[in-house]
Design a protein around this ligand. Sequence first.
Ligand SMILES: [Zn+2]
Length: 408
Amino acid sequence: MKTKTWMILILIITAASSFTFSYLLSQGQVSAKTITVTETILVLKPETTIISDEQYERAIRELLQYVRDWVESSRGLSFKEDVEIIVLTRDWVVKHWGVGGLNITQVRIEEAVLKSLFIVPEDFNLTEFKVRVSGYMIAGAADHTIYVVKEFFDPSYRVESGSILAHELMHILQGEYFSLPRPSSTDEQNALSALIEGEAGLIGSQYLLEHGVKPRSPSPESILEPLEALWLFPYIYGEPFVRYVYERGGWSMVNALYDDPPRSTAQILHPEKHLEGWRPIIVDPPPHPGGEWRLILQDVIGEFFIRQVLRAYLDGLSANRSAEGWRGDVLQLYERGNSYMLRWKIVWEDEKEAAEFLEAFTRLLENIGAEKIDERAWAAGNRLVELQAEGRVTLITIISYARCPVCA
Ligand SMILES: [Zn+2]
């Protein structure tokens, strides 16, 4: 199945001196000018070109022409159609693609999963997070059109702006030459995004290098909150993955990735595994829990997500080690009235890996102050957690009640 690029907009969000990435900055975790973020969202095409003066338009078009030629010769692929450029304003983007682009039901389910797994606190508002980050888009590409946000995109900084255009032009070439399967899970979506963002990122970095500017390194995972790391995954790990392949076989080997793309974050994190032919397994979901529970989500969330669950309350090294050895998983979310039940079955390489994960998850429960109520059950605020293991399979069940079940 071919990806419908006309409906998919790829955003680049860069923290530059002209604006601040307030969410991260307010927590004092990163300095401005260190972050470039990419995200893929479904949006509608804008109906009109938004304002811009003649001189600005001319400078953009002239730069686009130059970068387009550079990308064609560097990547060895020619554009099949003309590339359009549309200038937008930040307000327009927030209104139409930030607020307007959100699927309320999907956000509610995603938020319930994040809270059930203790990644974000109970009072966290995911909608606010998503709307806020939409305001930091500086450029995007869909179909044969590049969108730039006037406030954040200055063509007089030719090398930096040229690198952003090179990145977006690469996305247009990807749409013209390659097709990807429609992702069937979060883990697969993250892996496919890492491939396309990684390739565009590599082209952007090569453009900078060839024009005398050292590319910025992405923010390391260690300084990011788990949710930020999840959101940034394609950018942090996509480029190293594609570079690993490129250094071994050039662009022809990168092209071949599209014939058998990575389907899990485990392959992105361990590119050598992908090249050796390692592939994740499909895990059968556990049976229905009985009663009135209604299934509202079934997903595969993968090694990187597991790492973030653990990293929220454990040190990075233990989190990385305990998440390794993942073979496949299935996560389900059920709903009953105002309560949720999350069931998460993970298959590991072997029994030792399963035990290591369970031990780490137990430490996480201790660190959040959960109370052990029997051999395998814990109470944590309004949640009941049950841990089970059999051979190389672990099963975690977390019921989130509207009210605390064991409190007075
Ligand atoms: Zn991108």
